[in-house]
Ligand binder design. Sequence first.
Ligand code: AMP
Length: 429
Amino acid sequence: MIQTVRGTRDILPEDMALWHRIEDVAREAFRRYGFSEIRTPIFEKTELFSRGVGEASDIVNKEMYTFIDRGREDREGESLTLRPENTASVVRSYIQHKMFADKSPGEVTKLYYAGPMFRRERPQAGRYRQFYQIGAEVLGASDDPAIEAESIEMLDWFLKELKIANTRLMINSVGEPAMRVEYLEKLREALKPHLADLCEDCNQRYETNALRVFDCKNEKCRSIIADMPTINDYLDQASREHFEQFRAHLDARGVEYIVNPRMVRGLDYYTRTAFEILGSDGLGAQNTLVGGGRYDKLSETLGGPPAKGFGFAFGLDRMVLSLSESEAAALRLADSPDVYIVFMGSTARSKSFLIARDLRLAGLSVLVEFEERKMKKAMAQASRSRCRYALIIGDDEVASERYGLKNLSTGEQESLGIGEIIGRLKIQQ
Ligand code: AMP
């Protein structure tokens, strides 16, 4: 038997209501905050990510699905990559389509996206090799920290609307690239005497991207790293002021946060503001629901004009896992069809198809049997279908044009005409 590839999975029909609910609430949030949707290709030139996300990042180093496309007689095939994230693609599109043209200085372009991303990470609960993100980007000439605060306020609304509780917002400033060079030197100096006690991964990080040691989950490493200098002590004046203003904007909106000077994100393009929203402990190790930050140099890195940017992405997979059991149960219930039609005899069978059509024309969701079976079996099937009602049609019902409508949760049954049935079911919808 052929099965799904490691780290990928089928999202099955019984979970779809949860996915749709999250997507719907996200779209509503984006509508209210003036974001427009953009869809970029699932694969891009490898260079977009190696330049955009950064050669030193784990994503580019180890996790990309890269392949050489078939060439033509006169040309070698080019290197393509399944997108590991979507910010680089959105900024590419912003540049390619000159979305910055005809904009006044303070005007920003607000875009959002939803779709699958691909990273060759070690699969575990909440971490997949094909996963789904919904994200947003604010691009333009302005780097006002109110931009960050507005997006976070939107996320706050989104999480409340989905009744996802016990989340924590972590914020930090990772400063400007120039000061980061100086800080990295200091960090490496401080790490050097401890290399023998740090894990193999941290030794590797020391060589390639020392900031990432702060992500290590190893207990021994963590106790050493707790004493390391943090980036905040090296922030330039402008980044410091930006961070203070950002905090003031959050305070004014009543959004709670924790300043975490050791939070560094896995993508190299961030400047100044970085943030994460952590989910409840029930999610286990993979509890980062949302990640984002400012990336004021990315457009130029990708060959575009100077443009400031801020964005975030959340994992749909983890958001689904974060829905409470009661919320998930209510969503599944609301997703079930309205009525299941059960018939007895060939005249009733033909009639049931026409009644099903009329109910559907009236906007109801209807399941109808195709094979005749014993009443008891048919009713058991109706219950399993999670429909709220069964409609029972036999010869007598066809003759009298009054049909048995049974409420499958209470067991109550009434004999009603089609108009009454439609009215009853529509109220219940
Ligand atoms: P990032 O693009 O790394 O900043 O991640 C943003 C969000 O995407 C994370 O907070 C997760 O919710 C989600 N995410 C990232 N990688 C994975 C993965 N491998 N599997 C599932 N969700 C992921």
